[in-house]
Design a protein around this ligand. Structure first.
Ligand SMILES: O=P(O)(O)OC[C@H]1O[C@](O)(COP(=O)(O)O)[C@@H](O)[C@@H]1O
Ligand SMILES: [Mg+2]
Ligand SMILES: [Mg+2]
Length: 336
């Protein structure tokens, strides 16, 4: 059977379904090309000199890995000249990056976490790239894009996706018509459609959370995990399994494939950061994908995609995955 490539899939979405504009189609293809380049760099490991840290810190105060910076540069360079974009924003950059010589119709905004799961780079565990596409506000035509133009709720995303660099490299994508997955054919150099309609099972008995933070959790999260740990004889009446890869991309990919619940909740630490994960580069694109695959995504009591951001690097609690389980955790929050 001849499988579709990413290009064929996108042309179909554009011409038959009217789900994407030609500009968004080209933009996604450019991002996918950049992800292919990152995948090659990741695959070289120590041979390519891509492991290890730099002296620098990013805007979040985190030590940058070589691959964080390389991946950011690959995405910037590819999209600066190849996309139909007005501006980009990245977890690794303090402020937005405007496109020089903006294409007259350059009306889209691209956001990305260039390398997700940085702590796993040097130990050869799956890592990834996450991206999100927004439309620039109508009043931005003909003027410089500003940071505030990016501060739109996730429900306005026109596309989102991630690449996971694991035993296989995969690109998982939504343009608002369900979720599809492509596997990188390394010999041919193309992304080939291998999952036509990714669906997250509504029920699960598998949770993912960093248990070392337990003492900081809010009470609804503590109650839920206690209930999971109580197993068959507890209130949830089933035995739960636990997984934590510490690359959001890989944890979410598992959930996309076989269900589960992923939690990086906001907690009571004095950092005032409202959680670890970033709304615009991690939570929004993943929530769009998860909802499109039949799952749910909340920050505790409300839907993540409804949150209007107040800053580019805003953090948020994230609870996402199998619908019935996420709704249970939401109930625990509302009852609290
Ligand atoms: O090390 P922790 O606290 O378990 O955090 C793991 C989380 O941090 C992250 O690695 C943060 O992403 P970055 O690597 O892009 O900073 C997530 O991918 C992951 O879910
Ligand atoms: Mg990340
Ligand atoms: Mg990152």
């Amino acid at each position: 059977m001849k499988r579709k490539t990413l290009t064929q899939y996108l042309v179909e979405q554009q011409r038959l379904k009217g789900a994407v504009s030609a500009e968004v189609r080209l933009l996604i293809e450019t991002v996918a090309r950049a992800c292919k380049a990152i995948s090659h760099a990741v695959g070289k490991g120590a041979l390519g000199g891509v492991l290890g840290s730099l002296e620098s810190e990013n805007v979040q105060g985190e030590v940058q890995k070589k691959l964080d910076v390389m991946s950011n540069e690959i995405l910037l360079e590819a999209n600066e000249w190849g996309g139909h974009l007005a501006a980009m924003a990245s977890e690794e950059m303090e402020t937005i990056h405007r496109i020089p010589h903006r294409y007259p119709k350059g009306e889209y905004l691209l956001l990305f976490d260039p390398l997700d799961g940085s702590s796993n780079i040097d130990v050869n565990v799956s890592i990834g790239t996450i991206f999100s596409v927004l439309q620039a506000p109508a009043d931005a035509a003909g003027r410089d894009i500003e940071e505030k133009d990016f501060l739109q709720p996730g429900s306005r995303q026109v596309a989102a996706g991630y690449a996971v660099y694991g035993p296989q490299s995969m690109l998982v994508l939504t343009v608002g018509t369900g979720v599809v997955g492509f596997t990188l054919d390394r010999e041919m150099g193309s992304w080939v459609l291998t999952s036509e309609n990714m669906q997250i099972p509504e029920e699960t008995a598998e949770f993912a959370i960093n248990m070392s933070n337990m003492r900081h959790w809010e009470s609804p999260v503590k109650r839920y995990i206690d209930d999971c740990l109580a197993g068959k004889t507890g209130p949830l009446a089933k035995d739960y399994n636990m997984r934590w890869i510490a690359s959001m991309v890989a944890d979410v990919h598992r959930i996309m494939t076989r269900g589960g619940i992923f939690m990086y909740p906001r907690d009571a630490r004095a950092s005032g950061k409202k959680g670890k994960l970033r709304l615009m580069y991690e939570a929004n694109p993943m929530s769009f994908l998860v909802e499109q695959a039949g799952g749910a995504a909340i920050d505790g009591d409300k839907r993540i995609l409804d949150v209007t951001p107040d800053g580019l690097h805003q953090r948020i609690g994230v609870i996402l995955g199998s619908k019935n389980e996420v709704e249970r955790v939401q109930r625990y929050h509302l009852e609290d």
